[in-house]
Design a binder for this molecule. Sequence first.
Ligand code: FE2
Ligand code: FE2
Ligand code: FE2
Length: 164
Amino acid sequence: MEKSVQNLKEAFAGESQANRKYLAFAEKAEREGFPQVARLFRAAAEAETVHALNHLRALKAIQSTPENLKEAVSGETAEFLEMYPHMIASAQAEGHKDAERTFNFANEVEKVHARLFQKALENLTNKELVDIFVCPVCGYTVEGEAPDKCPICNAVKKLFKRIE
Ligand code: FE2
Ligand code: FE2
Ligand code: FE2
């Protein structure tokens, strides 16, 4: 059983990556004037999501919302405490500017995510619906209203995407 659990985790990671990659490829195909190829990439991306979610369910990794929020807080926290600081240091040491920039964006935003998830956990009985906006450049996530300028990457307010 242990081998299969490990395999499910690996397959979940791979299928999740394929989903995002194919969506990026679809956008590119659309821009390059290949709408049928774009459609094929979107179809495969959809199917990879089905596979990823099937693997996740087989792992019994989707629990109750309070448990899922706790899991999210600990995942985000590990990313900004451990994972990204090390990756940023390596990127600096190697002079990989693009890696440093993207790791920095993610590192700063994961701190915000951890805080938002923690707050949601503490306010679970509050059923009020509040707007949430995401910066399309760095992923900065904010409740209420989009800022005039993104505090992490300086993107302007009108670029922010409101999440349904
Ligand atoms: Fe697949
Ligand atoms: Fe995050
Ligand atoms: Fe941003």
